[in-house]
Design a protein around this ligand. Structure first.
Ligand SMILES: NC(=O)c1ccc[n+]([C@@H]2O[C@H](COP(=O)([O-])OP(=O)(O)OC[C@H]3O[C@@H](n4cnc5c(N)ncnc54)[C@H](O)[C@@H]3O)[C@@H](O)[C@H]2O)c1
Length: 330
């Protein structure tokens, strides 16, 4: 499994990078981090890359491949990728396929990429058939988590990361959940970020190729993806998952007797970070069922959905499409 390194300050990060990587390494850095002037402080070759969810596509992969050729990289070279989940996913795909695989190290710079996207080896890019449709499972050499990088992260993106973190807490770690719902400020401590990373690492170590256990990470995402698609992606992924979690908690109460107080605490939390919990679907039931059938967890009978008995006690249950639609339309 991947080696994780935890650092607090940007200074520690630079020192560490210089101790580990030579001028033969290539650093690919999210262009929104150029104000940190990492290029002026490291020995390695540096290239800034401008990318977002809309350009998370084959064209960007080809640009990265070009970059790797232009820097004369070979299979023994080292690549360091510093950025959010989009850059990490695309560069990891490009690195894992360039000359049949060059090793790479991640330095995640968003909360979501720290607690989720940089662990577990999934990479890829979007095409006209949907998000992350092409990709490989390839682990980074190591993941360097530097908390101070979060200082410049826009608040909305930070909140999207909080949603994935509270989801990790709900499926596997009561401490994360309790700490987040009881705090008056929504900034999370490093310790909680670390706990969140451990949740993801534990799950993927038990099920690297996404057979069964890894499905648990999809809590909130079955309905979340419906919200995203129904709103034609007007609602961001994080906001959609926040709503998805609410509906999936309701289904958990109905199906598994999840205590109502947990739903109330979650609603309070969403209120605090000013995220909505309800959504009026524009599509009719037939259209929503059609969308649900495209969920990767769907089969002929219905959809495998992650539900909770309690915080930290999840179960994957196959529900009929109608059972899901009934809850989200009322
Ligand atoms: N591979 C996986 O297992 C996995 C898991 C979850 C999500 N993902 C993917 O992650 C992506 C979302 O990642 P994300 O939420 O990190 O978004 P992102 O990569 O789009 O980053 C969000 C924005 O913040 C900017 N940014 C990044 N770090 C910054 C910083 N420190 N300061 C200022 N600005 C900064 C980026 O340039 C971007 O504009 C999605 O494409 C999703 O599919 C992958």
């Amino acid at each position: 499994m991947t080696n994780n390194i935890y650092l607090k300050t940007n200074l520690e990060l630079i020192e560490y990078l210089n101790s580990r990587f030579s001028d033969e390494s290539l650093f690919i850095i999210d262009s929104n981090l150029n104000n940190l002037k990492i290029d002026e402080q490291v020995n390695a070759q540096v290239s800034y890359f401008d990318i977002n969810e809309e350009t998370k596509n084959l064209t960007s992969v080809e640009k990265i491949w070009d970059l790797l050729f232009q820097h004369n990289l070979n299979r023994s070279s080292e690549i360091v990728i510093i950025g959010g989940g989009v850059l990490l996913d695309v560069c990891a795909f490009a690195s894992s396929t360039f000359k049949r695989g060059v090793s790479f190290t991640f330095v995640p710079s968003t909360l979501l990429s720290m607690v989720d996207a940089s662990h577990g080896g999934k990479n890829g890019f979007n095409n006209t058939y949907g998000k992350n449709q092409i990709g490989t499972f390839t682990l980074p050499e190591s993941v360097i988590v530097c908390y101070q990088l979060l200082d410049t992260l826009p608040e909305d993106n930070y909140k999207d990361g909080l949603i994935e973190l509270i989801k990790h807490g709900m499926i596997a770690n009561e401490k994360i959940f309790n700490s987040m719902i009881t705090k008056t400020s929504f900034n999370v401590d490093f310790e909680i970020i670390r706990e969140g990373i451990d949740v993801k690492l534990k799950i993927v170590s038990e099920d690297f190729l996404e057979g069964d256990k890894r499905k648990l990470l999809n809590f909130g995402h079955t309905v979340g993806h419906l919200v995203e698609k129904d709103s034609n992606y007007e609602i961001t992924h994080g906001q959609a998952v926040a709503i998805g979690i609410y509906y999936e908690l309701l289904i958990s109460k109905e199906q598994l007797g999840l205590p109502k107080e947990i739903i109330d605490s979650y609603l309070n939390y969403l209120n605090q970070i000013e995220y909505d919990y309800e959504y009026n679907f524009l599509s009719n039931s037939e259209k929503l069922i059609e969308m649900l059938k495209h969920d990767k967890k769907s089969n002929a009978k219905g959809v495998d959905i992650v539900l909770l008995y309690e915080i930290g006690n999840p179960k994957v249950i196959n529900l009929t499409f109608n059972e899901v639609i009934e809850v989200i339309q009322h």
